[in-house]
Design a protein around this ligand. Structure first.
Ligand SMILES: C[S@@+](CC[C@H](N)C(=O)[O-])C[C@H]1O[C@@H](n2cnc3c(N)ncnc32)[C@H](O)[C@@H]1O
Length: 221
């Protein structure tokens, strides 16, 4: 598959933004302390199904600085991480040297068909506008083996949010937008990619969150 020029342009902006903030992201979000117990219950369920039976490798797609890769590895998953931002991947390699991380795009995953027992998209679909979403789920479905599971986490709702002010307090001037999607939006895209919904969870915001948080577990084949 090849990307459209506009999709490539969007990716350059996201990469530049995360390269800029990578060190602060890794320092301020080193683990799962920001996740609610309900969020982690979905991750735990995902880790359980992907390590059951024959198991197999798991892809943390949009792994950032690797904190969720660590969480999955600590639960018995053989994790590989991939992220668009070389700066974020450098932080992941530094902080989790026992795990494998690669630079790559969700729209063109650098892995063969059927490689993974699980794919996790943890807050990594959020910077891709609606037009680019089908491609992300098609790629996740492509690299999943039959019976493999997909876990998605994202901010639920409608419209966009300017992320730049959140990083201004760390002294960074970036241009970065996140897109909200409803659970029905994401479930429809997952279904269109040939995956089947197993479970969805939408919870109200807690702490400093602005939006509902949504999680979807789906299965291939
Ligand atoms: C909000 S961070 C989440 C990182 C990590 N999943 C976590 O929970 O800490 C979003 C990450 O997704 C990555 N990302 C966004 N769009 C991407 C794309 N199209 N391909 C690969 N990575 C992408 C960004 O570079 C960034 O590291």
């Amino acid at each position: 598959m090849t990307s459209s020029p506009s999709a490539r342009h969007d990716l350059r902006g996201v990469r530049r933004a995360y390269d800029t903030v990578a060190a602060d992201y890794a320092a301020h979000l080193p683990d799962t302390r920001c996740e609610a117990s309900l969020d982690l219950a979905m991750v735990d369920a995902f880790a359980t199904v992907v390590t059951a039976g024959a198991g197999g490798p798991v892809l943390d797609a949009g792994c950032g600085a690797g904190r969720m890769s660590r969480y999955l590895a600590d639960r018995g998953c053989a994790v590989a991480g991939v992220d668009l931002s070389p700066g974020m991947v450098a932080m992941a390699v530094r902080d989790h040297p026992d795990l494998v991380f690669t630079v790559g795009s969700l729209a063109e995953l650098p892995f063969p068909d059927g490689r993974f027992a699980g794919v996790m998209l943890w807050y990594s679909i959020i910077h891709t506008p609606p037009a680019g979403q089908p491609r992300i789920f098609a790629e996740a479905a492509r690299v999943l083996r039959p019976g493999g599971h997909l876990l998605v986490g994202w901010q639920a709702g409608h419209g966009t949010w300017d992320v730049a002010p959140a990083y201004r307090r760390f002294g960074h001037e970036i241009a970065l937008t996140r897109h909200r999607y409803t659970a029905d939006d994401v479930c429809a895209r997952v279904d269109a990619a040939g995956l089947r919904e197993v479970c969805r969870l939408v919870r109200r915001p807690t702490g400093g969150e602005r939006d509902d948080q949504a999680f979807l577990l789906a299965v291939a084949g």
